[in-house]
Design a protein around this ligand. Structure first.
Ligand SMILES: Nc1ncnc2c1ncn2[C@@H]1O[C@H](COP(=O)(O)OP(=O)(O)OP(=O)(O)O)[C@@H](O)[C@H]1O
Ligand SMILES: [Mg+2]
Length: 252
C-alpha cells in the first residue's frame, strides 16, 4: 500500500523534558519535534537512557513536557494534548491511544482475556459479548489461545508481552505507542507482532510509534528516528512522506 496523507495526525513541537532539580537537573528530551502520519509505522532507536520511553510518554499524554506542545487531530479538530484538563486527556487516551509498556503493566488479578475485555468495556463502551469475542480473536492471533484464563504470574515473559500487545491493539486505536514490544519474543512471535502493527498502520491507517533496539525491525518501518542524549534525528526515511514544499521566490 502506498502513500501517506500529507497532513500529520500528531505533531510534537519543540518538546523538552527534564528530571531533577538544580544542579541535578538532566534533560531527557531536548527540543524534540516529530510528526506522526496516518498509515505510518515509525521506528525509534537509540541507546539506553537516550530518552525513548520519555518521548513515548510525552507524546501519548502520560508525562507532561517542561515546554513544547503535542498537537493531535481529533475528529477534524486540532487539540493540544497538554492544554486539556486531566479528564479530557484521559478520555482522549482511552479512546484513541494504545500503549504497550516496556514493563507490560498488566493487572495482576486479571486473566489474559480480562486484561483485553476491560479495555473494551470500560475504555470504549463495548458490550460484554462483543468484548469477549474481540478479546478472544486478538489473543488467538497472538498465539495465546491456550492461555486466556491465566493471570500474569502464570504466564511466561513473552506471553505477558503478547497480552500487553493485545490489550493495546484490541480497541483499534488511532495511535499505537509500543516500547520495545518484541524484546521478550523469539523471532517468529516477534514477526507476528510486527505484522499486526504493520497491518494496523496500513489497513486502518493507524499511526504507530515503536521503540526498538532490534535491527530486524527496520524493514517494517516507514521511517526511522534516532534519539541520542535527548536529541532526535531522522536516521533513514525510505518512503517520502509528502512532496517537498515548493519554495516560491518572491520578487523584491
Ligand atoms: N522518573 C524519572 N526520574 C528521574 N530520571 C528519569 C526518570 N525517567 C527517566 N529518567 C532519566 O531520563 C533519561 C531517559 O530515560 P528513558 O527511560 O527515556 O530512556 P530510554 O531511552 O527509554 O532507555 P532504555 O533503552 O534503557 O529503556 C535517563 O537518563 C533516565 O535516567
Ligand atoms: Mg525505555
Amino acid at each position: 500500500m502506498s502513500g501517506f496523507s500529507s497532513s500529520p495526525v500528531l505533531r510534537a513541537v519543540r518538546m523538552s523534558r527534564s528530571f531533577g532539580d538544580g544542579a541535578q537537573r538532566r534533560f531527557a528530551l531536548k527540543d524534540v519535534s516529530v510528526d506522526l502520519y496516518p498509515g505510518q509505522l515509525a521506528l525509534l532507536m537509540g541507546p539506553s537512557g537516550s530518552g525513548k520511553s520519555t518521548l513515548l510518554a510525552v507524546l501519548s499524554g502520560l508525562l507532561p513536557p517542561d515546554s513544547g506542545q503535542v498537537l493531535a487531530e481529533d475528529e477534524g479538530r486540532t487539540v493540544d494534548v497538554w492544554a486539556m484538563s486531566d479528564t479530557q486527556r484521559e478520555q482522549f487516551r482511552l479512546r484513541h491511544t494504545g500503549f504497550i509498556f516496556q514493563g507490560y503493566n498488566l493487572f495482576p488479578a486479571l486473566s489474559a482475556r480480562q486484561q483485553l475485555e476491560i479495555v473494551l468495556k470500560w475504555g470504549v463502551g463495548v458490550g460484554d459479548a462483543e468484548a469477549r469475542r474481540r478479546s478472544d480473536e486478538m489473543l488467538d492471533r497472538l498465539g495465546l489461545d491456550g492461555q486466556k484464563s491465566k493471570k500474569p504470574a502464570q504466564l511466561s515473559g513473552g506471553e505477558k508481552q503478547r497480552v500487553a500487545i493485545g490489550r493495546a491493539l484490541v480497541k483499534n486505536p488511532t495511535f499505537i505507542f509500543a516500547d520495545e514490544p518484541t524484546s521478550a519474543l523469539d523471532w517468529e512471535n516477534g514477526r507476528i507482532v510486527l505484522e499486526l502493527l504493520r497491518a494496523a498502520a496500513h489497513a486502518r491507517r493507524a499511526s504507530i510509534f515503536v521503540v526498538s533496539h532490534d535491527d530486524r525491525m527496520k524493514p517494517y518501518a516507514d521511517v526511522i528516528y534516532h534519539l541520542d542524549e535527548g536529541r532526535l534525528e531522522v536516521e533513514l526515511n525510505p518512503v517520502p512522506l509528502a512532496p517537498a514544499p515548493s519554495h516560491q521566490e518572491g520578487s523584491r
